[in-house]
Design a protein around this ligand. Structure first.
Ligand code: NAP
Length: 317
């Protein structure tokens, strides 16, 4: 079984955030962008704060947007996945980064009392705040958060399958940098990254991952494009290359599976693991679902009766 490290948590509380400074903000999308989303790579200098050097791949940090919500209360903290390795963007742990996507939507009622007929433009408060932020702007930050979605203590003792959709790639940028650019040298483990995007132009950090694939024989980059000529989701791609590529890694005792992004991906992967006889390795299935054929699993039963085992790390929304 994998051994995971103890990592610092909540060194800075959301109620008493510290000040970081935006030192970089660039689009994560390629030219010829087709989809309606806007994703940026934002770097924040936290030097001199308790966060300096204290964030690890798979963790997140908080951003507290300025201003008040509709009830006149200060805005609550929002969590963003760390996209940088433990030594930061700068090599010294002073600059952390993340991958925010602007939330731009039509208002839909969320709770009792909301106006059901309202369909005005809705702009996510914190995502647009942080995407608008310019180099030199100060932002209120806190954290770190998260102690389960981590790389193991001995990074060479395991092989990895990372599955991402959209901005769920952020922790895998962080983890791949940690594994391949580590001061002790690149990992000897097999690493498969599967990235799902609507179009090629939404493949976030694509150049970085193509670079790793060119440089390291043990890094394998797979892309599932859902709105291209050959429409594919992440779990569909994994299924299509099961025997030759994914089964050898996942059915080995060294295999660890990480998933981050949209919740739909999780259900597809659960069913695939169930169909291929790997339920016991990656999932804890409660009694209610034991003996039920995988073909009869639906989203509700999977949500209620399946939990990831120690070998599967899941962060999906
Ligand atoms: P997106 O670009 O809209 O979608 C990414 C890809 O996922 C698209 O190709 C999409 O296909 C596909 N997809 C849609 N439904 C799917 C399903 N049922 N199974 C498999 N693939 C499916 O993604 P996004 O807007 O960036 O959203 C990323 C999500 O990750 C957000 O919910 C965000 O909250 C979450 N996230 C979580 C963390 C974390 O927990 N630490 C960090 C970062 C992001 P089509 O749209 O073409 O159908």
């Amino acid at each position: 079984m994998p051994e995971f490290p103890e990592v610092p948590m909540n060194l800075v509380k959301p109620k008493e955030p510290v000040i970081g400074k935006v030192v970089g903000s660039e689009t994560c999308l390629k030219g010829g962008r087709k989809s309606a989303g806007f994703v940026r790579h934002v770097a924040i200098d936290v030097s001199g704060t308790p966060l300096e050097g204290q964030l690890y791949p798979g963790q997140s940090f908080g951003i507290v947007p300025p201003g008040e919500d509709e009830n006149g209360k200060p805005h609550k903290v929002r969590l963003y996945s760390l996209a940088s390795p433990s030594w930061g963007e700068d090599g010294e742990g002073k600059v952390i980064s993340t991958t925010p996507k602007r939330v731009i939507d039509e208002f839909t009622s969320q709770k009792d009392g909301d106006d059901e007929s309202c369909h005005e433009l809705f702009l996510g408060v914190c995502s647009n705040y942080i995407c608008d932020a310019k180099v030199g702007d100060e932002v209120q930050v806190c954290g770190p958060n998260g102690k389960r979605f981590l790389l193991p203590v001995d990074r060479n003792a395991h092989d990895y399958v990372f599955m991402a959709t959209g901005t769920g790639i952020a922790p895998f940028r962080s983890m791949c940098m940690e594994l391949f650019d580590h001061p002790d040298g690149p990992t000897s483990s097999q690493v498969h990254l599967v990235m799902g995007s609507p179009y090629e132009s939404d493949l976030l950090y694509d150049d970085l991952f193509r670079g790793y694939a060119e440089k390291h024989d043990n890094f394998h980059y797979h892309t599932a494009i859902s709105r291209g000529a050959n429409k594919q989701y992440v779990h569909g791609l994994v299924e299509s290359q099961w025997e030759d590529v994914f089964n050898p890694v996942l059915s080995s005792e060294r295999g660890l599976l990480y998933m981050c992004g949209l919740i739909g991906m999780q259900f597809g992967v659960y069913q695939l693991l169930g169909e291929r006889g790997l339920s016991d390795d990656y999932m804890e299935i409660k009694d209610e679902l034991q003996g039920v054929p995988v073909s009869d699993w639906d989203r509700e039963t999977m949500r209620r009766y399946i939990r990831p085992s120690e070998r599967m790390m899941v962060e999906v929304y």
